[in-house]
Design a protein around this ligand. Sequence first.
Ligand SMILES: Cc1cc2nc3c(=O)[nH]c(=O)nc-3n(C[C@H](O)[C@H](O)[C@H](O)COP(=O)(O)OP(=O)(O)OC[C@H]3O[C@@H](n4cnc5c(N)ncnc54)[C@H](O)[C@@H]3O)c2cc1C
Length: 471
Amino acid sequence: MTDGPRVAVVGAGVSGLTAALAVRDALGPTARIDVLEGSSRPGGLLTARTVAGVSVDAGAESFIVRRPEAVALIDRLGLSEHVVTPTGRRPAVLARGALHPLPRPTVMGIPAGPDAVADVADAADLASMAAESDRPLPWTPGDDVAIGALVGGRFGRSVVDRSVDPMLSGVYSARADDIGLRAALPQIAARLDAGAPSLGAAIAAVLPPPSDAPIFGALDGGYRTLVDALVDAAGVEPRYDAPVTALHRDRDRWVMTVGGEPDLVCDAVVLAVPAPTAARLLEPVAAQSMSELAQVQVAGSALVVLALDETVTLPDHSGVLVATGEATTAKAITLSSQKWPHLGAGPRLVRVSFGRLGDPVDAITDGDLISAAVDDLGLVCTLAGGRAPRTDEVLDGVVQRWPVGLPRYGPGHLGLVARADAALPDGVATCGATYAGVGVPACIARATVAAARVVAHLTADGRDAGGTMGT
Ligand SMILES: Cc1cc2nc3c(=O)[nH]c(=O)nc-3n(C[C@H](O)[C@H](O)[C@H](O)COP(=O)(O)OP(=O)(O)OC[C@H]3O[C@@H](n4cnc5c(N)ncnc54)[C@H](O)[C@@H]3O)c2cc1C
């Protein structure tokens, strides 16, 4: 039964697959949903690699459980019993050549006052933080600013380098100087808009109450189980090795060029691809959206997954985030066997992350990345009071590169997205990490909105309901 509307979803990452599921839910079995994926597999940034016989997530590995979207989708897909939470070991930060507990409480590494960063910040900056409320905070509602400039100006550079950068580099693959406050930390921007007298006061107002409840969850079979379940539930058979290279309008229908194949004609399109590709495809049909999205930079990254002999003792942390200026190539090390109970037996598993905006890894060979991963892990083991793993204890190592990686949420990003959304023609929607948050739950949320937009376009009821993009 495929006599209903035909919808094309471009990109089979979590965003595209979630959008496909939401379109299926809304339009039922008669809708024809074509999922077109440029690579040879579904999942996009959700993928696993096998090291020493063990499958390990080599892109995203977890999701925030304090947001509802991933938890709800996993429940909907019948996977709730596969959700695992971390062991409770704490992350460390490598700063000033030593390991320290990751500062807390903070909002993305930004503390409310000097106590939280007393271990890592310079004495002069601690004094400046203590007196921050004495200095007027120039802020006009609606302002946007790089997080690094704001925190550096109010608290001092050492707080940026050793507390904020390690957190932001992990989440956004970019340093605080490249990330805008309003898109990354809207709750703080809102406090400043509302007249918070100091940055410390704005942070104090949004710090969550202390809690031992887990912040993150993961799937015991890895993200692959979510990807497979999404494909099944959406009732789609994605076409792989099918890059969409052009999009055109033909009256009220959409015509796509898919690889070398004949053009595909459909009633609505969801673009679930990174910003550079979305911009290219939108050029003939939405010039303003194209010109906005073309401004979004992307930060490539790479991950080395190591398997070590099970007799190796890893530091008693879930991982180590690296401050700006430290003598490592890596930006972060996840001690997966220490962090996740389901990975606790067998070989010791470690994920070592490289690359940020302005700090690319393309020129580093796979062999050099693996060597750097082993060296940086050795340094961390030594600093934790143990010893570096011997060469014969490194059982396996694989490199997973993410050349497109993550979009940059610079100052003004929300305005850019709003303008790109406003210029979209009816029948075309966009979703993905570019728009309303880079985490998997945020991508799920945006994909659901994108699906609602095309459904609204295709159904009379939906047309009455509107269907505007946005969060
Ligand atoms: C190393 C790393 C670790 C991360 N860890 C976490 C984490 O632990 N938790 C978390 O919540 N988030 C994490 N993230 C972020 C999260 O993984 C991503 O934001 C999210 O998976 C993006 O999904 P997406 O579907 O929007 O995009 P993608 O996963 O990038 O999917 C886009 C898809 O479109 C396809 N495509 C591109 N061009 C075309 C074309 N022309 N035609 C057809 N198909 C095309 C691509 O091949 C790809 O499959 C991480 C990101 C990275 C890079």
